[in-house]
Design a protein around this ligand. Structure first.
Ligand code: GDP
Length: 444
């Protein structure tokens, strides 16, 4: 799987931090060194790595992280945000022409996946924009390219315009565009010739096609498996053709991921799509945030951190943590905590976001719908202030009184007290074991 090595190395850097309760500047420097090596090993461009590390370090050494109770989570968040930024923040859609047809010119080296991607993109447009595309076969140097495009056209039921291999590609494009206008095709996808490497003749031909067709998008189809070379190719094509975006192919393969992380930063041009397989539906819009999640191997953990940060009052959290450490967490805190958790949304959803949580047997029994929370609160409200602060006072006769006071059966009172004790114990372990408990839950 792509990014596997990078994911593993980054996880290692974070777990070094996770083992500590609080982190020092030197811990952060160690982690930065690990992250830097991880990126370089993943074939990320050297300058990109330099900027990346500089930005992450500045933020990570900020007071919020050093004073935070959850420094490793904060740093994961900072790294994630920087990954997203490096890859360009938001997905960049295709440009659309004010009048039909929208013209998309595809360029790239031989074998990058250009012809395949023309097919995939036409399918994408048909599925998502009810498009009626026309494909133009302008790769006249590789005879098989035209056959290949026709096969794809048949498979997808998309018309292919071709004039064989003896006509100048610019002329083919001219006539192809005229045909598209006649037939009122709303999209035209031009499959151009590739070479083994960038050469002047190819670039001149592509420039001529560009001048004639005024494409709304010039997409470079670039092979992620080639790592740094893919970045150089993107740089070369962009300098010559001023491309509007990149389709990064073969991300399903065993690529180290460097190209995905470097192209935007090096060329200033967005990756618009990624290819993740040979089949016609294996094309996806490139979302920098989702890619960052994938690289960090965190699933939706980051959404959870985000939610927790938005809803958690840091001061209150500090006090809570202090109580957990002193083992003086009581039923008043339990009430507060339930309020905090309910603010984050349905508990099942929160649980599902934590990697490994779905398989956690201990937690499978924790059911908490809003009604349960209301019942638990009713039971706590029936306690005397002394009982709330000292749950050990809750002997069987007091429990019967709570049941009567809250209108809940005694078994439920018992279950809640048991749950309270369990979670108290778990939190206490986590705080002592420096998050080890949570690591276990997270399958780490
Ligand atoms: P072109 O010379 O650039 O037109 O390249 P082709 O479209 O002929 O693709 C070259 C090879 O790469 C073919 O075997 C494709 O099936 C394969 N290919 C293209 N895109 C992808 C992709 O995203 N993933 C994988 N695994 N293979 C791909």
């Amino acid at each position: 799987m792509a990014f596997e090595g990078l994911s593993e190395r980054l996880q290692k850097a974070f777990s070094g931090l996770r083992r500590k309760g609080k982190v020092s500047e030197s811990d952060i420097r160690d982690a930065m060194r690990e992250i830097r090596l991880a990126l370089l090993e993943a074939d990320v461009n050297f300058d990109v790595v330099k900027t990346f590390i500089k930005n992450v370090r500045t933020k990570a050494l900020g007071a919020e992280v050093l004073e935070s109770l959850t420094p490793s989570q904060q740093i994961i968040k900072i790294v994630n945000d920087e990954l997203v930024k490096t890859m360009g923040e938001a997905a960049v859609p295709l440009n659309k022409a004010p009048h039909i047809p929208t013209v998309i010119m595809m360029a790239g080296l031989q074998g990058a996946g250009k012809t395949t991607t023309v097919g995939k993109l036409s399918k994408y447009l048909m599925d998502n924009d009810s498009a009626r595309p026309l494909l133009i076969a302008a790769d006249v140097y590789r005879p098989a390219a035209i056959d290949q495009l026709q096969t794809i056209g048949k498979q997808l039921n998309v018309p292919v315009f071709e004039m064989g291999t003896d006509v100048d590609p610019v002329e083919i494009v001219r006539q192809g565009l005229a045909t598209a206008k006649e037939n009122k095709n709303d999209y035209v996808l031009i499959d151009t010739a590739g070479r083994l490497q960038i050469d002047e003749k190819l670039m001149n031909e592509l420039k001529n096609i560009k001048e004639l067709a005024h494409p709304n998008d010039i997409l470079l189809v670039d092979d992620a498996m080639t790592g740094q070379a893919a970045v150089d190719v993107a740089k070369g094509f962009n300098e010559q053709l001023d491309i509007t975006g990149v389709v990064l192919t073969k991300l399903d393969g065993d690529t180290r991921g460097g190209a995905a992380l470097s192209i935007r930063a090096v060329t200033g041009k967005p990756i618009k799509f990624i290819g993740q397989g040979e089949k016609m539906d294996a094309l996806d819009v490139f979302y920098p945030d989702r890619m960052a999640n994938r690289i960090l191997g965190m699933g939706d953990m980051l959404t959870l951190i985000d939610k927790a940060q938005k809803n958690y009052d840091e001061k209150q959290a500090m006090e809570m943590a202090e109580k957990i450490r002193e083992n003086s967490f009581d039923f008043n805190d339990f009430l507060d905590q339930m309020d905090q958790i309910s603010k984050m949304g349905p508990l099942e959803d929160i649980m599902k976001m934590i990697p490994g949580m779905a398989n956690n047997k201990a937690l499978a029994n924790v059911k908490m719908d809003p009604k349960d929370i209301a019942h638990m609160k009713a039971i706590v409200y029936s306690m005397t202030p002394q009982e709330r602060e000292d749950p050990d006072l809750l002997n069987p006769s007091r429990r019967r009184r709570l049941a009567a006071g809250s209108g809940r059966p005694v078994v439920e009172v018992n279950r809640m007290i048991k749950q309270f004790n369990q979670s108290k114990q778990m939190m206490n372990q986590m705080s002592k074991g420096n998050m080890k408990g949570l690591d276990g839950l997270m399958g780490g």
